[in-house]
Design a protein around this ligand. Structure first.
Ligand code: ATP
Length: 315
């Protein structure tokens, strides 16, 4: 049986609007999601036994059943018991480059890689739609991480509509190493502060969806209008995360001072800025480093990409 090495890309949110909370504890969202080439590597090696073994080189990532990667492998074993019995267990190694708890869907993209990898390893022949369904059982961002590229996402984030690829952007990412934001906390706080008083009836929700599909950022992407895309970046969760974390707000302001479109990704605390060239991205990175000389601040340059999960090698 073959071993597989997969590349699992991070995502950023170009747009995140919270429409309403739902009785199941989730929220209906409107998002534009974009894959970037900052990525982890996931190695899958067949094991002779019926066990799932997991190793990760990052101290903050759990190496047991709490890891989304483990949950993805266990889900595949549960759904395809014959393949699991025939091919046996798997040894999974996560080489982490995506910062953890950063709003970049690190865990989700790792889980997506395991679904894609085991589909190949166990010769299941599942198509993307089937893999995305399995992904939706693991987390809201996993279906997007299987598809990748540029997508409009609705529902919890699992209903995806592909948008035209926008390949020309570079991204500067900034995150304080010691700071992470709980996604659950961010949504709960937003719900308490902003949604309780909002009585959204069906027509308001319909109107909001309408706004997204025919909305400004979608049409800017469709027309490949890069200037407008930068002007229309939006994230509702900034309303709760920025006041609580002034250092994240400061990063956002620094990007703005440099004339870049800056925005928080997901529930943060990563803030990103878009540029048109790698050189410009590098200059922005150096300028932020000079303006905020904090050894705890990590910065990366990345690029938009059309794919999320790729097989790097198999043998
Ligand atoms: P999202 O953008 O989907 O909300 P995130 O980027 O904010 O996710 P993750 O990096 O996925 O956050 O990590 C969130 C938590 O999930 C971490 O604190 C970690 O304990 C746990 N976790 C479980 N599996 C993984 C994994 N494979 N990689 C990273 N974190 C994981």
């Amino acid at each position: 049986m073959r071993s597989y090495s997969l590349i699992a890309s991070a995502k950023i949110n170009l747009y995140l609007e919270i429409i309403r909370d739902r009785p199941d504890g989730y929220h209906d969202l409107l998002m534009v999601l974009q894959s970037i080439d900052l990525a982890d590597q996931i190695d899958l090696c067949p094991l002779g036994t019926d066990a799932i073994h997991l190793h990760c080189d990052h101290p903050e990532v759990p190496q047991d059943h709490r890891n989304l990667v483990y949950k993805a492998a266990a889900l595949m074993a549960e759904k395809f018991p014959d393949a699991f019995a025939k091919y046996g267990g798997v040894n999974i190694t996560i080489h982490k480059r995506i910062p953890v708890g950063a709003g970049l869907a690190g865990g989700s993209t790792n889980a997506a890689a395991v679904l894609v990898g085991l589909n190949l390893m166990w010769e299941l022949g599942l198509n993307q739609r089937q893999l995305q369904y399995l992904g939706s059982l693991l987390g809201s961002d996993v279906p997007f991480c299987i598809a990748g590229g540029t997508m409009l996402a609705t529902g919890r984030g699992e209903f995806l509509t592909p948008l035209p690829a926008i390949d020309n952007f570079y991204v500067v990412l900034a995150k304080y190493r010691s700071l992470s934001v709980s996604t659950a906390w961010a949504y709960q706080t937003y719900r308490h502060q902003y949604l309780r008083s909002d009585v959204l009836n069906a027509s308001a929700i319909g109107h909001s969806k309408q706004r997204a599909y025919s909305g400004q950022i979608v049409s800017a992407i469709t027309r490949q209008n890069e200037k407008q895309i930068c002007q229309l970046l939006h994230n509702d969760l900034e309303r709760v995360v920025l006041p609580k974390y002034p250092q994240v707000q400061r990063l956002q302001e620094e990007f703005q001072r440099l004339g870049c479109a800056g925005m928080m990704s997901g529930s943060g605390p990563t803030v990103f800025a878009l540029t048109k060239s790698q050189q410009e991205a590098q200059q922005v990175l150096e300028s932020v480093k000079r303006a905020i000389p904090d050894p705890d601040l990590d910065l990366w340059v990345s690029k938009f990409t059309r794919s999320s999960i790729c097989v790097a090698s198999s043998n």
